[in-house]
Design a protein around this ligand. Structure first.
Ligand code: DOR
Length: 441
């Protein structure tokens, strides 16, 4: 990875296929970047006093945005640090990420929020926006100081990892969050229905003798969340949708004009519960991988816009923590460096077009969470991802910048990846395309 500052330099991205759903742009253009911002998008910009990137045959998009990442710092630096996570992000094509609050200490106070922002600036890779906790210590009992968190820079609130079981508490939190204009991201899970569950409840959990988690555990809470969004008139965002039933509930809620948005992750539309058959702890995740019917439901939700965005839920754990019996392993799958090629499969399958995919991975995340970026409008920061849509290679966890290795896509042959990532006009990542081990054309 090369990090070199070229602020105030002129950079021209030449002849790339520009896809910017925010402006309805879909065609071959040049982009002129100056002073870290986009100065011009035209058919043929003369090359004068500028560094030039030849992007012919490549796709040029607004930098990808992942609003659901676990960076593990402070407290779990053996799993990931803000620096390793931010570097993994740009290697995967993400120029902006939002990090969840389940660190130690929890991000339920200004000191932690400010610490995260400081570490992110020092890392100098992706832009990092913290998500604050809804409740102190993620315990679901006492409200976090929402106004102070907002002042320190959080962009949303979530107890992700833990569901908020007390509906009255969530109602009050939504009312406060509304006052401060912060959406609440819900980890929808009724733990009472699956107290010991470690995988999807069904035929395979019975065969393996593992306690299961039924779809209903998610759907009950999605329904509850929708009703509370309706009651309070405030915005709930449903995290990591895994079940077809949840998609249907969200579809109906949207049709009734309720303020609900939703995300899913690559593993929920490309893997089923079969992935845990060999007790592979790298496929253990919360909510769990489900069935073919759920995948169909999620793809339909992506197609018709019920599911607004795709996130990674990048959840790194140390390899030794995952090298234990399935029931004891922590839940989580990493995604920053595998998400884009897995999502590109949706294009090959005809589920989404390129503009629709970029809308869900950049434009809509920015709109929903009020983040800068997500479009390449003039005078906006030059956060740009250049994608080679044809490159064929094997995903190799040993080459990841993330400290995590818990990726069930290891060794998958895929097509397409980010080859250059630009943040504020600086090239912060350039893929080494000469590497014969990981890449074949
Ligand atoms: O599998 C998961 N891991 N799901 C979550 O919601 C939390 C995450 C983590 O923090 O490891």
């Amino acid at each position: 990875m090369k990090y070199h500052s070229q602020r105030n330099k002129r950079l021209i991205i030449k002849s790339g296929h520009l896809i910017d759903p925010g402006q309805g742009l879909d065609g071959v253009f040049d982009i002129l970047i100056e002073g870290g911002v986009i100065e011009a998008i035209e058919r043929d910009i003369p090359v004068e006093y500028a560094e030039v990137i030849d992007a012919s045959g490549k796709i040029v998009v607004p930098g990808l945005i992942d609003v659901h990442t676990h960076l593990r710092e402070p407290g779990f630096e053996h799993k990931e640090t803000i620096e390793t996570g931010a570097k993994a992000a740009v290697a995967g094509g993400f120029t902006t990420i939002c990090c969840m609050a389940n660190t130690n200490p929890v991000n339920d106070n200004q000191e932690v929020t400010r610490f995260i922002l400081k570490q992110a600036r020092a890392a100098g890779a992706a832009k990092v926006y913290p998500i604050g906790a809804v409740s102190k210590g993620l315990k679901g009992e006492e409200m976090a100081p929402i106004g102070e968190l907002k002042e320190a820079g959080v962009v949303a609130l979530s107890d992700d990892g833990n569901p908020i079981t007390n509906s009255s508490f969530l109602r009050r939190a939504l009312e406060y969050a509304r006052y401060f204009g912060l959406p609440i991201i819900s980890h929808a899970e009724d733990k009472m229905l699956s107290p010991d569950g470690v995988m999807n409840e069904g035929k395979i959990s019975t065969q393996l003798g593992l306690p299961g988690i039924p779809n209903t555990a998610e759907e009950i809470m999605v329904f509850r969340d929708i009703k509370l969004a309706e009651l309070t008139g405030w915005h709930i965002h449903i995290a990591h949708v895994s079940s077809a039933g949840s998609v249907e509930l969200i579809r109906q809620a949207k049709a009734r004009g309720i303020r609900v948005t939703a995300e899913t992750c690559p593993h929920y539309f490309s893997l089923t519960e079969e992935a845990v058959k060999e007790f592979d702890t790298n496929a253990k995740v919360s909510p769990p991988l489900r069935t073919k019917d759920d995948i169909e439901g999620i793809k339909n939700g992506l197609r018709d816009g019920t599911i607004d965005i795709i996130v990674t839920d990048h959840a790194p754990h140390h390899p030794l923590e995952k090298a234990v019996p399935f029931e004891q392993a922590p839940s989580g799958i990493i995604g920053l460096e595998s998400s884009l090629p897995i999502c590109i499969r949706l294009i090959e399958e005809g589920v989404l077009s390129w503009p629709e995919l970029i809308r869900k991975m950049s434009y809509m995340p920015a709109c929903i969470f009020g983040l800068p970026g997500g479009t390449l409008k003039l005078r906006r920061p030059a956060d740009i991802t250049i994608i080679d849509p044809k490159i064929r290679y094997r995903i190799d966890v040993n080459r990841f910048y993330s400290k995590g290795r818990n990726c069930p896509f290891h060794n998958w042959e895929v097509i397409g990846r980010a080859i250059i990532t630009i943040v504020d006009g600086n090239i912060v990542y350039k893929a080494d395309l000469r590497d014969p081990l990981s890449l074949t054309y």
